[in-house]
Design a protein around this ligand. Structure first.
Ligand code: TRP
Length: 327
């Protein structure tokens, strides 16, 4: 089976946007590929270096949610980046051959530097973020990397770094990975903007059911529909955007029609959404509860993943060291 690799930063609790946009896709890929999935805790440190202990808490949450959402340790390799030190070794080697200009022109670098004003991210580590990501990917010689379009510039750099490495050391050791772009549903937050922790508009996987319910019940809808008897425009309602992700075709057309004709009220519409969001979350909550009662099992799963990842990483590093010829 061809190898797939992807990582997620533990920079916050996992929310519905992460689940529907990425994690569910990872779950689907498990049967078709030799999948390696990891928690990119060093990457989280690039922007949150003042609070490493928070990263630990988010990593734990991410691991539980990976498993609760259906990543199966028998069918994929799950690990934490900082537990496989070889990533750091390859990172330093790649940093030697990566021109600064490549990093400075990454769009996410410029954007984030503008965006993040409350912390100083004028650091070496933050500029080198894509080099670390390249090491993550190349150390497993992954063929495909499932990511969202925002990550394409990083993947392009990875390909360039691989090419440069192979060219400099005259050996085809690091294959160029390809993005695996799937149609990700865009999950709207409770305020109508993209669901994102920086907007504080998320429904988290570890929100208790009452909170999920309350978050949905207090969402704005079509603000121009003042009374229950007024016809509305579903496209103006963030609730409807969420229906598009969580509801069946039938329900989507029913609520749209009901909104346009004032056939249903906003509360009715929200109740249907709550039912469907619960249908996605309930099995995750159940599994998560089971897992949190068995910390030894979760620990064991992680240890095994770390071992498998380490073995694969060491194989690549042996070849890399050999072609470098300096050790
Ligand atoms: N940069 C990715 C993100 O923020 C996380 C990540 C780190 C990653 N290393 C990776 C994704 C390697 C894919 C492959 O989403």
């Amino acid at each position: 089976m061809e190898r797939v690799l992807s990582g997620m930063q533990p920079s916050g609790y996992l929310h519905l946007g992460n689940l529907m946009g990425a994690l569910r896709n990872w779950v689907r890929l498990q049967d078709r590929y030799d999948c390696f999935y990891f928690i990119a805790d060093w990457h989280a440190l690039t922007t949150n270096y003042t609070e490493p202990s928070v990263i630990k808490e988010y990593s734990r949450d991410l691991l539980l949610n990976f498993l609760a959402a259906g990543l199966d340790p028998r069918r994929c390799t799950i690990f934490v980046q900082s537990r496989v030190l070889e990533h750091a070794e390859l990172h330093i080697l790649l940093s030697m051959i990566t021109p600064l200009g490549w990093l400075e022109r990454v769009p996410t670098y410029k954007e984030k530097k503008e965006e993040i004003r409350d912390r100083d991210i004028g650091t070496y580590g933050f500029l080198g973020y894509p080099v670390l990501q390249s090491a993550d990917i190349l150390i497993y010689r992954a063929r495909y990397v499932p990511v969202g379009i925002d990550q394409l510039p990083h993947l392009e750099i990875t390909r360039e770094i691989a090419r440069r490495f192979n060219h400099l050391y005259k050996a085809e050791v690091l294959p160029e990975p390809e993005p695996l772009l799937t149609e990700f549903p865009k999950v709207t937050g409770v305020d109508g903007r993209k669901m994102s922790k920086s907007y504080d508009n998320c429904i988290y996987l570890n929100d208790p059911p009452e909170m999920v319910e309350r978050k949905i019940l207090t969402m704005v809808t079509d603000t121009q529909r003042k009374r229950r008897s007024d016809p509305g425009d579903p496209e103006r309602s963030p609730v409807f955007q969420l229906h598009k992700v969580f509801s069946s075709e039938e329900e989507i057309s029913e609520v749209a029609e009901g909104c346009r004709t004032a056939g249903i009220g906003c509360i009715d519409c929200k109740r249907i959404l709550i039912k469907n969001v619960f249908a996605v979350l309930e099995p995750i909550w159940t599994k998560r509860k089971e897992l949190s009662e068995r910390p030894a099992l979760v620990g064991e799963i992680l240890e095994q993943g770390v071992q498998k990842a380490t073995a694969a990483a060491r194989e690549t590093m042996a070849v890399v060291r050999e072609v470098l010829g300096m050790y």
